[in-house]
Design a protein around this ligand. Structure first.
Ligand code: PRX
Length: 654
């Protein structure tokens, strides 16, 4: 095996699990893993049905495992009934009610420990509060909150009463919030006065007021958590404080038994065209894959202290903060703020102080922390860590090695997990006690997940190291059910490319001789900025909404820390400066985009030109723009360009 590896891979370092780790792991060897995978291959439905009965508590058992009659709107366990909050809380109370569920640390250093019993009580109080506002099963509730235990409480409370939540990341603008409230037809927004992030107070209530003043007709009530203590105005008939809402509520709230397919949440994510789409997940299937991956990939044990650094505004913060860790009865850390406050040692201090054993973060954070130097983590005791994880984008081998050496003390396996908002849970990832890792590869598909790489005709590519389109060939329980309110877009985006045959993830990948997967990046016009997806179209629409902008094209440019940064080419309505640079206007446009979408969408570079490179049919040649943005020489064929001369100008040469 080694001979092949050496000869063909760019990256030839391999890291087998230590005997010590494997001996104590849930899945102890490659042999055991392969047997599990073979079992799933032999009987896909039987495999998932068995796990669904083992891992979930059902109020009514299901008789049908997979219903394909509405494909590609697949349904799992559809005549079964259960409650997600019951599965995350109530079922642990008898044996582990006093176990700590959440260890919270605010950015300013305040801490709270919340046991399963206390969390259950808080969820019941708030669920009853929501009911008193008229929230019923199927109603949509938007969360626009800081990363505090109340965000988890609110999500669990929605699940308890069958309301469908949609969390909007607190870094998104009022305009983005408004779009999501309107698209979801939400009845209630749950927010806070403010949250602490990066040493500042993020004024969430003020942004909510702003969003609501722009429309949002479906909206009836706003619940406001008092967190940062900043001044806010409450509108009498519409707004209520969280603490007033739960005052006098009953401490028990019977879980509502819902169908397995009941919509648990919507989460808006960027696509290549138009506005963000509401990815809709179901209940039972979603939780099942959250649980199996907590066990297989994170090897979670009763005594672990699990820390996933993601905000609940992203899918990672749903599956590996709000649901997965609770469903398996784990103890987890929630940290409110930025990794840089008060300095770049904060994550390591949190790991040390709360004795984290499993740490899961994004390559962009790893790179930023690596840049700060080895001296900083050396100041902290990281010996409690036993497993590290990475998510959101390909991790470059240099960052992987640093993570392994400096944070993991060369003793912790690293699980590089490939998945998406739409997949609900890990799809390709190493099982840490069983799979030898290679820096930069997310390794092998999980049992019951049928991944392949195909050519543009949909033919599987069996030759090693040939790039192609990453597809999932069989439905899986935690898959996206539809795009909220837009079944056609669901079909077009994920199934259209191969006429409904495969789920198309939108990534390119290759597979090496050992069957290991290497993600090569997106095939569509989706950017990956610090592990977060942004459509080029969204940023372009925001730019052209500015009165001075006639046309804009946005591409990604490689960035040492963020992975990719945004480079915008802009055509103005009036005169442009001769050298294509205009610092005042650039500042104004950057702020403008931040207002329209959110600070993560701010272009790092803006270049002005008289035109954009277009084909004769008027299509912007983004490939060329990517080359220019990266500062590389243009070697592509430019003969199909209508206006070849523009290239000089775009390169800043005229
Ligand atoms: O391109 C892949 C990249 O992130 C995309 C999914 O983004 P999102 O839905 O925002 O979810 C991010 C968190 C799950 C994928 O299509 N991606 C995610 N994880 C990895 C990755 N690329 C390479 N390696 C990964 N481990």
């Amino acid at each position: 095996m080694d001979k092949h590896l050496q000869s063909t891979l760019h990256e030839d370092r391999i890291f087998p699990p230590s005997d010590d780790f494997s001996a104590r792991a849930r899945i102890k060897s490659r042999k055991e893993l392969d047997a599990l995978r073979a079992k799933a291959e032999a009987d896909h439905e039987g495999f998932w049905a068995g796990l669904a009965r083992k891992e979930l508590d059902w109020q009514t058992d299901f008789t049908q495992t997979l219903d394909e009659s509405h494909a590609p709107h697949y349904q799992w366990f559809s005549d079964g009934k259960l409650n997600i909050s019951y599965n995350c809380l109530d079922r642990h109370l008898a044996a582990h009610g006093d176990k700590t569920a959440l260890i919270f640390e605010g950015e300013q250093g305040d801490t709270r420990h919340i046991s399963y019993r206390e969390l259950h009580r808080e969820v019941c109080l708030f669920a009853n509060g929501l009911k008193s506002l008229g929230v019923a099963a199927g109603d949509r509730v938007i969360l626009y909150m800081p990363m505090t235990p109340e965000a988890v409480i609110a999500m669990q409370a929605c699940a308890r009463i069958g309301a469908t939540h949609s969390v909007v990341f607190g870094g998104f603008s009022a305009e983005s919030l408004k779009d999501r409230i309107e698209n979801a037809g939400a009845k209630v927004v749950i927010t806070a006065d403010g949250g602490h992030r990066g040493g500042k107070v993020v004024a969430l209530k003020a942004a909510t007021d702003d969003a609501l003043s722009r429309g949002c007709e479906s909206l009836e009530k706003v619940v406001v958590l008092k967190r940062a203590g900043n001044a806010v105005t409450l509108q009498d008939d519409r707004d209520v404080w969280w603490h007033d809402l739960i005052e006098g509520q009953d401490e028990t709230c019977e879980p509502l038994w819902v169908d397995a397919e009941h919509p648990l949440f919507l989460l808006y994510t960027s696509g290549s065209t138009g506005k963000p789409k509401g990815v809709q997940h179901a209940s039972a299937g979603y939780l099942l894959n959250a649980i199996t991956t907590m066990k297989w990939v994170f090897d979670i044990r009763h005594d672990d202290i699990f820390w996933c650094t993601a905000d609940v505004g992203w899918i990672t913060g749903h599956t590996y903060v709000a649901y997965g860790p609770l469903a398996v009865g784990a103890t987890q850390i929630i940290y409110e703020g930025a990794p840089s406050v008060p300095d770049m040692g904060r994550f390591w201090k949190v790991c040390q102080d709360h004795k984290a054993t499993i740490f899961y973060t994004a390559p962009t954070a790893i790179r930023a922390l690596m840049k700060a130097g080895d001296d900083i983590p050396a100041n902290y005791d990281l010996s409690s860590l036993r497993l590290l994880g990475s998510v959101g984008e390909p991790i470059n081998p240099e960052a992987w090695m640093w993570y392994h050496r400096v944070i993991g003390g060369e003793r912790c396996p690293i699980v590089d997990t490939w998945w998406q908002t739409e997949t609900g849970a890990h799809m390709i990832a190493p099982i840490p006690g069983a799979v030898t890792t290679k820096p930069g590869s997310c390794t092998l598909p999980l049992p019951g997940i049928a991944i392949d790489i195909v050519d543009p005709d949909g033919q599987p590519i069996s030759e090693p190291n040939q790039g192609g389109v990453l597809v999932i060939k069989k439905p899986w329980p935690s898959m996206i059910r539809t795009v909220w309110g837009d079944d056609q877009r669901y079909y077009d985006t994920y199934w259209g490319m191969f006429d409904g045959k495969y789920y198309v993830a939108g990534d390119n990948a290759r597979r090496d001789e050992d069957g290991y997967y290497w993600i090569m990046g997106r095939i569509d016009d989706v950017l990956n900025i610090s592990g977060h997806r942004l459509g080029t179209m969204e940023v372009e629409s925001a730019l052209v909404a500015h009165p001075q902008v006639a046309e804009a094209a946005v591409v990604g440019r490689p960035h040492a820390i963020k992975g990719e940064s945004i480079f915008a080419f802009v055509v103005l309505k009036g005169e442009r400066s001769a050298d294509g640079i205009d610092e005042d206007l650039t500042r104004e446009l950057r702020d403008w985009v931040a207002q329209q979408i959110g600070p993560i969408a701010k272009p790092d570079d803006i270049r002005y030109a008289d035109n954009l490179p277009k084909t004769r049919s008027g299509k912007i040649m983004r490939r060329l723009l990517r080359t220019i943005a990266a500062g590389e020489e243009i070697t592509q064929d430019t003969s199909t360009l209508e206006n070849e001369a523009i290239l000089q100008q775009l390169q800043g040469k005229t």
